[in-house]
Ligand binder design. Structure first.
Ligand SMILES: Cc1ncc(C[n+]2csc(CCOP(=O)(O)OP(=O)(O)O)c2C)c(N)n1
Length: 299
């Protein structure tokens, strides 16, 4: 049972075991909402799940019911095609009712396939065109420093996304301007839309690349909650340099049959397949869909 209100304002600093339980709920939400919509990006949503859960439920100061309050930390997901993850974490944290997840990808709905700041309160910048989110985050990091505001800025990136040249221009700037309030987290699952990242345009050796751009680099197992929390804490302590956390993950993590298979980058499970996956996560499609549908209030 949760020990605190998951939807409370502020920096929750939930312990690792509670974060693991929430990440399981988030995976259940993701599979259910994508199958319900028959559309959406399954693979990356499941791989980046643990560290985005840690950011929103442990590290970031936010107020889900008043998402634009002045003293908030800033978080964004630049590889925004993993919107099922973004929306599930937001709903579990209390930004909007869980039942809205069943409106994912519906015409004129609040939860579009690629997040829109106009449609979804709490989405800071519309995204979907890869390579832009790090620049947005750096702008916020620099502006916060000018304002003498102790804001932390968290920016999630895909590893295939790192093939965008704009990422490296942004990386140069963040180090040049000593953005030590900025933490980037790369979902290093090794897979992208149409193959293995190293076969499309290789990015290795990745740690050395970021180091040569004068970033502080941490490399972790991106599904190990203790390592995620340690890395987020270390990034917070560090001064003078921005930090990048290279989070080694598996595309599709949590549904055994699809793990590490790039063909699930953007494919939705059928309801039957989702049911199989949800059984592995201790529930069923009907049971979890009912949980979402019956929840008119936030988690
Ligand atoms: C500028 C731009 N070019 C191409 C695309 C199409 N696209 C969407 S996702 C994707 C692959 C991204 O790979 P990765 O960041 O590794 O995400 P993952 O496959 O792990 O979800 C591409 C090329 C895009 N959204 N934006």
């Amino acid at each position: 049972m949760p020990t605190v209100d998951r939807t409370a304002p502020g920096r929750l600093e939930l312990p690792a075991d509670e974060l693991r339980a929430i990440a399981t709920d988030v995976r259940r939400d993701i599979l259910t909402m994508i199958a319900n919509a028959n559309s959406g990006h399954t693979g990356g949503s499941l791989s980046a799940c643990d560290f985005l859960t840690a950011i929103l439920f442990h590290a970031a100061t936010i107020d889900p019911r008043n998402p634009s309050f002045d003293n908030r930390d800033f978080w964004n997901v630049s590889n925004a095609h993993i919107s099922p993850l973004i929306y599930s974490v937001m709903a579990e944290r209390g930004y909007f009712p869980l039942c809205e997840l069943l409106g994912f990808r519906q015409l004129k709905g609040n939860l579009q396939g690629h997040p829109s700041a106009h449609d979804t309160p709490g989405i800071e910048a519309s995204a979907g065109s890869l390579g832009q989110g790090l620049s947005v985050a750096i702008g916020v990091a620099m502006a916060s420093r000018l304002d003498k505001h102790p804001r932390r800025v968290f920016c999630c990136l895909g590893d295939g996304e790192l093939q965008e040249g704009s990422i490296w221009e942004a990386a140069l700037s963040a180090a040049h301007y000593h953005c030590d309030n900025l933490t980037a987290i790369v979902d290093y699952n090794g897979a992208q839309i149409d193959g293995r990242v190293e076969d499309i345009i290789g990015i290795a050796p990745l740690a050395e690349k970021w180091e040569s751009f004068n970033w502080h680099v941490l490399e972790i197992d991106g599904h190990d909650m203790d390592q995620i929390l340690d890395a987020l804490r270390e990034a917070d302590r560090l001064t003078q340099q921005p930090t990048v956390i290279l989070a080694h993950t598996l595309m599709g993590k949590g549904w055994r049959e699809i793990e590490d298979d790039y063909r699930w980058h953007g494919k939705p499970p059928t309801v039957d397949q989702a049911n199989t996956a949800l059984m592995q996560l201790g529930t069923s499609y009907d049971e979890w869909r009912e949980r979402l549908a019956g929840s008119e209030v936030t988690a």
